[in-house]
Design a protein around this ligand. Structure first.
Ligand code: PEP
Ligand code: MG
Length: 555
């Protein structure tokens, strides 16, 4: 029996083959003296494959998101045969007698640059489409598997670490669990795993070697272990746990449709965190009552270029409509720190968590902010959209955000585009400064939502990405809980509501503390909704105490 020990960061147990993600080398080297006809034949084959993939994607999209979304992929498929694009590739092949990859890359770059330089905003935005098509063609030429998983059966995905954008591109239907050498509980890959409701273990270190590729194993996120060749007793234990997990899942189904209310009548808004419109189906299955945090940056992370206003509008509108009048809180772009997006060309920073991230980027780049706000306000006409600003430290930042919103509303008025002028505005409380300033900040907005992942990081001066801080990174630390209470008291004194959208919100051990503090909303991964509802319905808010705020560290 082989036991690999790490830290479970997303609950669950699963059995399946271990699959080591091969991160493909996609560097393109120019080769000359090639047989032009043979290279053309390779391109023809890659084109055929690309067209088939695109039509399949279009069909999938049509079923899930309608004709407009499907049209994007159909247009991509058509562009593969665009005369100028094809001539561009062939000219390069013939004049340079080079390899197919080099010709495709060169023609693709030329076309993308040509479109990007166009004055018309719609046409210049097509540059991103051309980059996408070119990348698909190159992947097929180089044999890079889209979604990264070349397996017919679902697998336990193993990697050194995964950037959020890499995780997003994976074919989720093929993943039973994540096993990572690095990573941490509040890394965005762990957050995505929780959204997907699948087990994840990080910090497995070098013990997780690709020698195990293809071997059957178990992932048990409760113990934080990967188990290969379990002995008889261990196997029985694992099978029992898997059975219990299935039974609990069934039991939780009885919570569907039940109210989120304590035994003494305190109602809680039980919302969900999502990263993309596709996650709404998990919200529905788990009966989440709204979206408390839509991490809009995942739209940026999944793209090769700035997502256009229209593309964002479609995504926000899809979520607003699907939630059918329930509140949908969309957080404005929160990149920087561990969420890096190449095309933003951010300067390298010594301490990115303390650098130009989140709202700071938006306030520094008004055009990027304006595009997103326009998309958000346009979507507000299709449901109960609320807008939330991340990483706030000062009142002036909120005032500037509100000015940007007012300017966008004025533009939409002038253009005769409908929107909801009463769209609620909120901020994240995730810096100590925002806690100290909470009373002043509460005067400016409609709600607070506490980002406990960052609040813990900044309050305790502990990097949320590091997995070796051990007991020093303690989200239950009284300092974090007192910060929470201070923010809640300020919110209530100014007559606004306060929620938690950080990972701590799903921590049932702290539910009594949240109830004692008077937290009004909890926004958690879809898989956590029903277990949390069960706990809420068993609680008596009036008898909850603030003891945890008095506790000594490591008590
Ligand atoms: C948080 O910081 O708790 C939060 C919800 O935001 P993110 O994890 O995306 O930084
Ligand atoms: Mg945060």
């Amino acid at each position: 029996m082989i036991l690999l020990q790490g830290k479970g960061v997303s609950k669950g147990i699963a059995e399946g083959p271990l699959y080591f993600l091969q991160k493909p080398d996609t560097t393109i080297v120019k080769e000359t003296g090639k047989d032009v006809e043979a290279e053309k034949a390779r391109i023809a084959e890659a084109k055929e494959k690309s067209a088939a993939q695109l039509m399949e994607l279009a069909e999938k999209c049509r079923a899930e998101a309608g004709d407009d979304a499907a049209f994007v992929f159909e247009t991509h498929a058509m562009f593969l045969d665009d005369d100028d694009y094809v001539v561009g590739i062939n000219d390069c092949l013939e004049s340079e007698q080079c390899n197919a990859e080099y010709a495709v890359r060169t023609a693709g770059d030329t076309f993308a640059a040509m479109f990007a330089a166009m004055d018309d905003a719609y046409m210049s935005a097509r540059a991103a489409d051309i980059k996408d098509i070119t990348q698909r063609l190159l992947n097929n030429l180089m044999g890079v598997v889209e979604g990264g998983i070349d397996s017919d059966v679902p697998v336990i995905l193993c990697a050194d670490d995964l950037a959020p954008s890499e995780t997003l591109q994976l074919d989720k239907s093929k993943i039973l669990g994540f096993a990572l050498q690095g990573g941490s509980g509040t890394s965005h890959t762990a957050i995505l795993a929780r959204t997907m409701g699948i087990p994840a273990i990080c910090g497995l270190g070098d013990a997780l070697t690709d020698e195990y590729n293809g071997r059957a194993g178990w992932i048990d996120a409760e113990t934080g272990q990967i188990v290969l060749d379990p002995d008889e007793i261990t196997l029985k234990g694992l099978e029992m746990k898997a059975k219990k997990q299935a039974e609990l899942k069934e039991l939780m189904q009885t919570m569907i449709g039940q109210e989120d209310v304590t035994l003494d009548g305190k109602k809680i808004k039980l919302y969900c965190n999502i990263g993309s419109p596709e996650d709404v189906s998990a919200v529905k299955t788990n009966d989440g009552r709204g979206i408390g945090l839509f991490r809009s940056e995942f739209l940026y992370l999944a793209a090769d270029d700035y997502p256009t206003e229209d593309a964002q509008f479609e995504a926000y509108k899809a979520v607003a409509e699907a939630m059918d009048g329930a509140r949908v809180i969309i957080r404005t772009l929160d990149i920087g720190a561990d969420k890096q997006v190449d095309y933003f060309n951010m300067q390298k920073e010594e301490n990115p968590a303390l650098g130009v991230r989140a709202i700071r980027i938006c306030l520094n780049r008004p055009e990027v902010f304006r595009t997103q706000l326009r998309a958000l306000y346009r979507a507000s006409a299709y449901g109960k959209v609320a807008i939330m600003f991340p990483m706030i430290t000062s009142v002036w930042e909120v005032k500037e955000c509100k000015r940007a919103c007012a300017a966008v509303m004025k533009e939409l008025d002038e253009e005769g585009i409908p929107y909801n002028a009463d769209t609620e505005l909120g901020i994240m409380i995730e810096t100590p400064a925002s806690v100290f300033m909470a009373r002043d900040l509460a005067k400016e907005v409609d709600f607070f939502s506490v980002g406990t992942n960052d609040l813990t990081q900044y309050t305790l001066a502990c990097d949320r990405q590091a997995n070796d801080l051990g007991k020093f990174f303690d989200p239950h630390h009284p300092a974090v809980l007192r910060a929470l209470k201070q923010a809640a008291d300020a919110a209530h004194a100014e007559g606004i509501w306060i929620g938690i959208c950080g990972e701590l919100g799903a921590d049932t051990e702290l539910l009594p503390t949240f109830l004692a503090i008077g937290i009004d909303e909890l926004s958690v991964s879809p898989a956590s909704v029903l277990p949390l509802r069960a706990e809420i319905r068993k609680s008596i808010a009036g008898s909850c105490t603030l003891d945890a705020l008095e506790g000594e560290f490591a008590n």
